[in-house]
Design a binder for this molecule. Structure first.
Ligand SMILES: Nc1ncnc2c1ncn2[C@@H]1O[C@H](COP(=O)(O)OP(=O)(O)OP(=O)(O)O)[C@@H](O)[C@H]1O
Length: 217
């Protein structure tokens, strides 16, 4: 079944159209990757898919109901790591992840879940560090780790590879494939065609506000 569906989505910020009739479906256990030039509209599309922004025309559906982050079931089901997330300056890496795990109902399992996420994101040695003490790559890994300590069935990531070194990028691809094999639907925007080729079932470029198929299975 389609977890995410965009139907004839149009969006603009004033005069210039950013999205001009986008149709897209993402099924369970499927990854869709978006490539495209700077300013092509990828982040805009992802924000609409995550229910953080309403399109000026057309519809975005999460599991057949409007994708609207004000709805609790949408926040429960969609894990989105988009533009640089907000950090609490006085919470450590571990405390950030515990906060997310507990807020999403992790309960007694949260500690073990967070320990696994720290290890898998190479953050174990930085668990007690404050955000101001993290490098840009480790900050990105913390943002990505927040999605791994909570349940979701739709994962939306905007340029998840940014600022990661080669090994971290390889590990990211492994985690994304694992998430897909566990049944999640994935939508990612990336400037790394290699990452798209490694993890996606369908890759599109966003050009003149429209999706064009780059590869098909
Ligand atoms: N909040 C906003 N207000 C006004 N214009 C915006 C806003 N957000 C995006 N835009 C504009 O919409 C267009 C698409 O931006 P968007 O960030 O979606 O592109 P992108 O494909 O993600 O780019 P990049 O690869 O550089 O991240 C750009 O021209 C951008 O300047």
């Amino acid at each position: 079944m389609e977890i995410l569906r965009l139907v004839d989505v149009h969006h603009d910020y004033g005069e210039r159209p950013v999205l001009a009739g986008v149709d897209l479906g993402v099924r369970a256990a499927e990854c869709v990757a978006l490539l495209g030039d700077n300013g092509a509209g990828k982040s805009t599309l992802l924000r609409i898919a995550a229910g953080r922004e309403l399109p000026v025309r057309g519809d975005a559906f999460y599991r057949d109901s409007p994708a609207d982050e004000n709805q609790p079931h949408v926040r429960t089901g969609i894990a989105a790591v988009l533009e640089a997330g907000a950090c609490y300056p006085d919470l450590t890496v571990r405390e950030h992840l515990m906060l997310v795990a507990l807020a999403h109902g992790g309960g007694e399992e949260s500690q073990a879940t967070v320990d696994r996420a720290l290890a898998r994101h190479r953050l174990a040695d930085h668990a007690d560090v404050l955000p101001s003490g993290l490098s840009s790559g480790l900050t990105q890994l913390l943002a990505l780790a927040t999605a791994w300590v909570r349940p979701y069935d739709l994962l939306i990531l905007d340029e998840p590879e940014q600022r990661l070194d080669a090994r971290a990028r390889t590990e990211l691809a492994e985690r994304l494939r694992a998430a897909k094999h566990n049944g999640a639907a994935l939508l990612i925007a990336t400037h790394d065609p290699g990452l798209a080729a490694e993890v996606s079932d369908h890759t599109f470029t966003l050009d003149d506000g429209q999706l064009r198929t780059l590869t098909a299975p």
